[in-house]
Write a protein that binds this ligand. Structure first.
Ligand code: UDP
Length: 395
């Protein structure tokens, strides 16, 4: 530890944006709860400290996320016990020493893993560093929502924080003792630490953002990269809302996808549909608070965020394996639907917009599924362990 501050080491890798986003949210919450008392460090251990080819996880992941068949192959390769064991042994041989050095150099008072591939080797290395058996507290915060890779779950850690009933069950099935599984929610950025679903907040936020007030407004998002065929989805949705004749708003967040943004900006939209085409936004909490529903790929972050704004979710696609459970999460909690075909998406949203009762029911279900206090709760649990050696209370 540096000075009197306690050192908290976050281990992750930038495969998708969620792991870093969750780390940052937790660091922010720790600083809020324990100002000046914690020195946090976030390390992409695979990129910065693994050997070839593992240090290329991040670019490989980006390629695979765009190619479903490759993704599916990798997902099942990692799930299947013999290939998983082989892989574990190979990475252990190649990365153990380097990871051990990274962890030893950081001199952590507590380690937080926010990645499915930051359990096995770090736990072994910590035990070594601590002289044979681990004394440094180690917790895992699962940043998936409805389904997750089984490498997340390792009974050797102190606590595993899960966001949902489904992952609570999975952790147990994967051998984490029940008293080490703590259900809280997904860590989210500060803008999502409260609930915002009221009509009053919605209208005030629309005013602030320069959106038309008093008309139902749909938000289309495709993760940080603007993927999931959002151009087709937005276009079909615009057409369906146009045919419905009532005035409506359509906000499309293209993220980093500049080409889609340009294409949608140049498009002629129906007269009764007011489009707002955006690039990457930093105030997603406000765009969500201003909308009446969201159309998105089944990203865990986006779904958990949308729930805190009481937004009905229409999921248009999901990555095989990892995101399939997120669809279940939405459907089983009753705040949305999974619809793939763009034309059908348009129809569904037009129906949600024409039926206020249905919309309100979906919205209240979303708020019920939301866990806005999760980030501060988990940070408080970490602080308890760090400063008092106190075990987190079961929810
Ligand atoms: N996001 C954002 N601005 C944008 C587009 C996306 O802040 O313009 C955020 C979004 O709010 C969410 C994250 O990017 O927190 C996407 O995470 P998710 O888990 O949904 O999908 P991923 O892109 O990680 O697969």
């Amino acid at each position: 530890s540096t000075g009197k501050k306690k050192k908290v080491l976050f281990l992750m890798s930038d495969t998708g944006g969620g792991h870093r986003a969750s780390s940052k949210a937790l660091v922010n919450a720790l600083e809020r709860l324990y100002p000046g008392k914690i020195d946090a460090e976030i390390v992409d251990i695979w990129t910065e400290h693994a050997g070839w080819p593992y240090k290329n996880f991040v670019p490989y992941y980006a390629v695979m996320a765009k190619r479903t068949w490759m993704w599916r192959m990798m997902w099942y390769y990692g799930r299947f016990w013999p290939t998983r064991k082989l892989q574990e042994i190979a990475t252990r041989i190649q990365c153990s020493r380097r990871f051990g050095k990274c962890i030893a150099d950081a001199k952590p008072d507590l380690v937080v893993s926010v990645h499915p591939l930051c359990q096995d080797i770090p736990l072994r290395q910590l035990a070594k560093i601590d002289g044979g058996s681990r004394k440094t507290p180690f917790v895992t915060v699962v940043t998936d929502l409805g389904s997750a890779h089984n490498t997340w779950f390792d009974g050797r850690g102190d606590y595993t924080f899960v966001p949902s009933d489904a992952l609570e069950k999975m952790a147990s099935r994967c051998g984490v003792p029940d008293d080490k599984i703590i259900k809280r929610g997904l860590p989210l950025r500060e803008g999502f630490w409260d609930l915002a679903g009221s009509e009053k907040i919605k209208e005030a936020t629309r005013n602030k953002l320069g959106l038309t007030t008093g008309v139902p407004t749909a938000l289309v998002v495709g993760g940080g990269d603007g993927v999931g065929g959002i151009a087709k989805v937005a276009t079909a949705l615009g057409d369906a809302l146009g045919e419905a004749k009532d005035p409506s708003g359509l906000v499309v967040v293209c993220g980093k996808n500049a080409q889609v943004k340009k294409e949608l900006e140049e498009r002629q939209w129906p007269d009764n549909v007011k489009p707002t085409i955006l690039g990457f936004v930093d105030n997603m909490d406000e765009w969500m608070a201003a909308s009446d529903c969201i159309v998105t790929k089944a990203g865990p972050g986006t779904i958990a965020e949308a729930a805190t704004r009481g937004l009905p979710c229409l999921l248009s696609s999901h990555l095989p394996g990892q995101e399939a459970g997120n669809v279940k999460f939405v459907v089983e909690n009753g705040f949305g639907a999974f619809v793939k075909k763009p034309a059908k998406i348009g129809e569904t949203i037009a129906k949600w917009f024409s039926d206020l009762n249905l919309r309100e029911r979906l919205s209240s279900k979303a708020l019920e599924a939301a866990r806005p206090s999760a980030t501060l709760d988990i940070a408080r649990d970490i602080g308890g362990l760090l400063f008092e050696g106190k075990a987190p209370q079961q929810a």
